[in-house]
Write a protein that binds this ligand. Structure first.
Ligand code: URA
Ligand code: SF4
Length: 520
């Protein structure tokens, strides 16, 4: 057994020198061992160290800078150290004498990432790969190979850990003799502090900051980035003064041009959102991204960091939304609606209420806006109007679950009346603002037939005012190839005071829905 002692857990240079020496000596992977100085695994009593001379503090092979792998284009040349360089005490097994061989650059890059993986056997895995590379120079392309796949997987985990660090590190303000500084405590999944710290240096160039982790610390004094020993959580301040600053940071550095909601969701799973101050901003940032992208293109480098309020204030108007910002799923859309600021209705609502149903639905039923109960439940048509709708659908044999049920306006417009919230009809401007979401739902669901319940729904679908009395029950061809039918709103039935009138109106409503069923 041969043992190489590495300076620390992420000592790539140390590993590569030792691995190179082992490989050229013909030390089989099962006989090579890499331990970290000061670490738990110091090798067995009888393991032969790579250090060949008693009394010399560092092994000549390990310390000889000349023998670092040299980058030669896409390959690295691995050459044998000379006996002189190896020193008098170093005995090479002459039977296994090697000539130089090339290592693909892809392997070196991969190894640099894998070294950061928090697994004890990562050095061995890399040495196995290095060992095989001489006889299998194309090994790195064999992605089905167990070791290659394992190494790529670990590199991916490391890369993900670095991304998460960029997203989740939160600085808190502290005062020291030089004034204000920022400190963050973070526990990365893998040893990515050194790799990721330059990102923070570029982001927070003008601030003094420290990132403390159990693996080590990074310090930026405005000039120089340095690294120090491991820290414990109690070294970082715990107070939350920083929240507003951090929100502002996120709001102003959020790069809309690179926004991919799917990616974002992956990077910052929803369960984390509630713990992070900036998470409060994410939905609205998503919703505004398209507009901000236009601005960024217009004024690329010189956008000043806007204050939080300014970032949130502009109302996103139709036409400003870039065509390539489209929700890619109903889930996406649902999340983005929560941040919509296209009109003021979001302010007083509990939440945005999007459509419910599958994208396979051939029928879309469009109401006006969520009511009091819908606003609380986050689902359309669950209150009294929903019951009228359900019973009429039942009567004509339309399964509500086969329809996509939504509203023209996604936030509940109301005014307080004592403890109650009274429904208020949205104005045309609000309906028009919200059409962007309805259009998105239509694009995702692509229903064959749309039923608009009432004038507001019809305005949302058609984009023009309609007189229900004139257009009710007609089949209207829409630009996207779907057909529209306009009928009354179930709440209208509920408001008719006399029972006979109500029954008559309900009958008409049911007749309209029967026509819908037949058209389907
Ligand atoms: N009225 C509507 O138009 N939509 C609802 O979701 C509930 C009541
Ligand atoms: Fe946006 Fe529609 Fe809500 Fe207005 S009502 S804020 S347009 S989602």
């Amino acid at each position: 057994m041969r043992v190489a002692t590495l300076a620390n857990e992420i000592d790539f240079d140390g590993w590569r020198k030792a691995a190179r020496a082992f490989r050229l000596e013909g030390v089989e992977p099962s006989q090579a061992r890499f331990v970290v100085a000061g670490g738990e695994d110091q090798g067995g009593l009888f393991d032969a160290p790579l250090t060949a001379h008693p009394g010399e503090s560092r092994d000549p092979v390990m310390s000889s800078e000349k023998h670092a792998f040299q980058d030669v284009g896409p390959c690295e040349q691995v050459t044998a150290p000379s006996p002189k360089e190896l020193g008098p005490g170093f005995r090479r097994d002459e039977r296994k004498k090697e000539t130089a061989f090339a290592v693909p650059k892809a392997f070196v890059d991969l190894a640099q990432a894998v070294i950061l993986h928090r697994s004890a056997d990562r050095f061995d895995l890399l040495y196995r790969l290095l060992w095989r590379l001489r006889d299998e120079p194309d090994l790195m392309k064999v992605v089905t190979d167990v070791d290659v796949a394992d190494a790529f997987e670990r590199a991916k985990n490391v890369s993900r850990a670095s991304h998460k660090m960029k997203a989740f590190v939160r600085f808190r303000e502290v005062q020291d003799d030089q004034g204000e500084a920022w400190v963050a405590w973070f526990e990365p999944a893998h040893r990515v502090l050194e790799r990721t710290a330059p990102f923070f240096m570029r982001r927070f160039t003008t601030m003094r900051w420290s990132i403390l982790t159990p693996d080590g610390c990074a310090f930026w004094d405005g000039q120089v980035l340095t690294f120090g020993p491991p820290a414990t959580r109690d070294m970082a301040p715990t107070e939350d003064e920083i929240e507003e600053f951090w929100k502002t940071y996120y709001a102003s550095t959020f790069n809309p041009a690179r926004l991919k909601t799917g990616t974002m969701q992956g990077e910052m799973p929803k369960r984390y959102w509630k713990n992070l101050p900036e998470a409060a901003l994410i939905p609205e940032l998503i919703a505004q991204a398209a507009v901000r992208e236009d601005r960024m293109v217009a004024a690329p480098a010189s956008t000043p960091n806007p204050r939080l309020a300014q970032t949130l204030s502009p109302i996103v108007r139709k036409g400003e939304v870039a065509e390539d910002y489209l929700p890619t799923s109903l889930e996406d859309l649902n999340r983005a609606v929560q941040g919509c600021r296209r009109c003021p209705l979001w302010r007083d609502a509990t939440q945005g209420v999007c459509g419910v149903g599958t994208t396979a639905a051939p029928l879309m039923i469009v109401g006006e806006q969520p009511g009091d109960q819908e606003d609380l439940a986050g689902q359309p048509f669950v209150g009294p109007a929903g019951q009228v709708l359900n019973s009429a659908l039942d009567e004509v044999g339309i399964d509500r679950d086969q329809a996509f049920v939504t509203n023209a306006v996604k936030h509940f417009k109301h005014e307080p009346r004592g403890k109650r919230r009274l429904h208020k009809t949205p104005v045309a401007g609000e309906v028009t603002a919200c059409r962007w979401w309805l259009d998105s739902e239509r694009r995702l669901v692509k229903p064959r037939l749309i039923v608009a319940l009432g004038a507001t729904a019809a305005l949302g679908v058609l984009g023009r005012k309609v007189a229900i009395g004139k257009e009710r029950g007609h089949l209207i061809a829409l630009d996207d190839g779907a057909t529209l039918m306009i009928t009354a709103h179930p709440s209208y039935l509920l408001r008719i005071p006399d029972e006979a009138g109500r029954a008559a109106e309900r009958l008409r409503f049911v007749e309209d829905l029967a026509r819908v069923r037949d058209t389907l």
